[in-house]
Design a protein around this ligand. Sequence first.
Ligand SMILES: Cc1cc2nc3c(=O)[nH]c(=O)nc-3n(C[C@H](O)[C@H](O)[C@H](O)COP(=O)(O)OP(=O)(O)OC[C@H]3O[C@@H](n4cnc5c(N)ncnc54)[C@H](O)[C@@H]3O)c2cc1C
Length: 342
Amino acid sequence: MSSRPAQLRYRGEADCRRSACRRATRALDVALLDSTIARLLPSVPRPLVERISRRYIAGPTLADACRTVARLNAEGREATVDVLGEEVRSVEEALAIEAEYRRVLETIEAEGLSSNVSVKLTALGLKLDFARCRAGLEAVVSDAAARSNFVRIDMEDSSATDETLELYSELRGAGHENLGVVLQASLRRTVADVRALAPLRPNVRLTKGIYVEPPAVAFGEFEAVRANFVKALEELLAAGCYVGIATHDEWLIGEGLRLVQEHGLERDRYEFQMLLGVREELGETLVRDGHRLRIYVPFGEHWYEYSLRRLQENPRVGGYIAADTVSRMLPGGGSRRPSSSR
Ligand SMILES: Cc1cc2nc3c(=O)[nH]c(=O)nc-3n(C[C@H](O)[C@H](O)[C@H](O)COP(=O)(O)OP(=O)(O)OC[C@H]3O[C@@H](n4cnc5c(N)ncnc54)[C@H](O)[C@@H]3O)c2cc1C
């Protein structure tokens, strides 16, 4: 029905199939290289890790996060701020994270920044005490509502999916409208979750999912995850949900653009989302074309432990970062700019 926006469909279908074959034959080598990078990381000097991480993490303090958000806002991007600190070990630590989120919301308002917040439930004590976690989340969500702001619950590994969706549904049922959730296209259950949540018309960030999960729980094939992403997105849009299309995969961005166009959605009825420092040229194209783009901005004192854990949990991310870092060191690297699409 609609013609596909050419500028972001860099790869056509045949191209995608060819690259899927190439990917399959190279997959083993790449996986080995990625896990080697992840294993070697703890021996990489901390200042070097810090230099590389600087691109992906705003810094240790809230002031660092605010500076980053202000810069993004000036470039036409919105933000969502994440306080690093998942898997807390005590209720006191969970309370400290809750207090930090309230400080973030207060500062966003005071500085007139365009940003909401993203919260990991394990950082609010999900694995320690469900009731405590619920109370902490409700306090943050109420604080955000008083400031006309919004809270997104990040999705963690599949051991937390049931409780996360339960808490989300409970708080929405209790009348908290300024609360969103994340669904992961890599999980086999996701389309069923979309259908179960549909009566709430949830505000959903749709991602591939970063955690390495067992085959019984998640699709392993790259193309199966993509297909499930498109299916979940179709169902979310058909149910009238606001979706944050969170991916750096150009093909999926093209599919997202096709679907929002097919649904005749105005620009304020959906958004794209990306991680800080990742595929900035793609983001620039989206913003230039008038789409809303939100950037995920993590900050916190424990950036080093967070970076190492993330990279070791999912070696593929280490491979992406190594490839990106090397390409920036090559002549012309990092200065690529997309051609104008207008
Ligand atoms: C705003 C946002 C919020 C997210 N929240 C969650 C969440 O709550 N729970 C969850 O499980 N996952 C979350 N994710 C991560 C997501 O699930 C994917 O793991 C991640 O986005 C990579 O998948 P992709 O769709 O970009 O496609 P991929 O095919 O993995 O990546 C496409 C290209 O993007 C680049 N790239 C992707 N990721 C990185 C990276 N980390 N560093 C450097 N380059 C990279 C590479 O060039 C890669 O080739 C989030 C992602 C975004 C953008």
